[in-house]
Write a protein that binds this ligand. Structure first.
Ligand code: ADP
Length: 363
């Protein structure tokens, strides 16, 4: 019995119900019908009909007719009910068997497999949930592949450079010089930065970055960040300005993470702005406080704009690789802002400059 599948069990249970039904019908009929017939005959005799000679024949005839009728009813009823029960069991178990086959295919790596819809509402609901889960898994798998692809690409360039220089130094085709060692140090520093950024990104994407949101007064924080940045600016650098009203309402945010986002935006603004100004502006709008970093730099083309928050994306890969960008900064910033309940966006005009702005919830 324990080896019997669902279809077998369903069929068997239908069969048992049918046998119980038919045997009750036959037993009750067998017991009562002849008696009722005899009673009927007795009533006829009381009514004046003389049945003495044919009475036994009538009773025998009735019993044999009844038995034959019952026999054929059992045969026809049992076959019809058996066939019907087989069909019902098949209809219920077929989608389940299909589901099990699809699950096995998904386990084997065919994440594009989906379940067809079923006419049984409960099974249809199960198929819908299953397909949603499969689509999620497929998305995760695709992002994982993309990440590995991007990562290999990012790691290969500095590794090739380092390998080339080291081989040249080893076989004497490159003269050792301060410049060569500095280049090697730059490439290894780039690799280290890439690994650090990556660790941060993976933690942020998985939601593992601790966010300790507190009641935060933005004005002093923005002032401190702008001061820190201004100290590092050279004579030729663009000027850095802060435009923040003193009556800004406090926000619910993690000061360290807000600083991290702003440092990234300011670092980018400085990297992509040769002259002019960089302005940090904050303002209140309903239940949010917006912080914007506006530069008068090179700007971003409309085609590139939708991609700037994607990880590893850089508008000019070779140029930015030389400038040390990894293309991860804005992806981390977006995740950090989202983890604090805000959002980030960008507006830019080629040759005019860009404005990156993000919002934080007011307490
Ligand atoms: P990176 O470490 O390369 O700066 P980001 O994720 O911070 O990585 O930025 C991604 C890309 O977006 C940059 O490589 C650059 O092409 C573009 N970008 C970011 N900020 C600016 C800006 N202020 N002006 C122009 N382009 C920018």
């Amino acid at each position: 019995m324990s080896k019997l599948g669902l279809r077998g069990r369903l069929f068997l249970s239908h069969l048992i119900v049918m046998i119980v039904g038919l045997s009750t019908l036959v037993t009750v009929g067998r017991l009562y019908s002849p008696r009722l017939f005899v009673l009927h005959l007795e009533n006829l005799e009381i009514g004046g009909l003389n049945l003495v000679r044919v009475r036994q024949k009538l009773v025998d005839g009735f019993e044999s007719a009844w038995s034959r009728g019952a026999f054929w009813s059992v045969i026809v009823g049992a076959s019809a009910a058996g066939g019907l029960s087989y069909l019902v069991a098949k209809r219920i178990t077929e989608p389940l068997i299909h589901m099990e086959q699809v699950t096995q295919k998904i386990t084997a790596g065919h994440l594009e497999e989906r379940l067809p819809s079923s006419e049984i509402p409960e099974l249809n609901q199960l198929a819908l949930s299953f397909n949603r889960m499969a689509a999620d898994l497929e998305g995760v798998e695709q992002r994982r592949r993309e990440l590995i692809g991007d990562l290999t690409h990012e790691l290969r360039t500095p590794l090739t450079v380092v390998e080339g220089y080291l081989e040249g130094l080893a076989d004497g085709t490159i003269e050792p010089s301060v410049d060569i060692y500095q280049r090697l140090a730059r490439e290894t520093a780039r690799l280290r930065r890439l690994v650090n950024d990556l660790q941060e990104l993976s933690q942020a994407e998985a939601g593992y970055l601790p966010i300790r949101s507190v009641e935060l007064d933005l004005q002093p924080l923005l002032q401190a960040i702008v001061d820190k940045f201004s100290d590092q600016l050279l004579e030729s650098s663009p000027v850095l300005k802060l435009d923040c009203p003193p009556d800004l309402p406090p926000v619910l945010a993690d000061p360290e993470r807000v600083e991290q986002v702003l440092m990234n935006l300011l670092g980018n603004a400085l990297r992509y702005t040769q002259a002019g100004s960089i302005t940090v502006r904050a303002w209140n709008e309903g239940k949010k406080v917006w912080i914007a970093v506006t530069d008068t730099g090179q700007g971003i083309t409309p085609a590139d704009l939708p991609h700037v928050f994607e990880r590893f994306w850089r508008s000019d890969r070779s140029r930015d690789r030389a400038s040390g960008g990894t293309g991860i900064g804005l992806a981390i910033s977006r995740r950090l802002v989202e983890l604090q309940g805000g959002s980030i966006d960008v507006e830019s005009e080629l040759g005019q400059g860009s404005t990156f702005r993000f919002c934080l919830p007011v307490i």
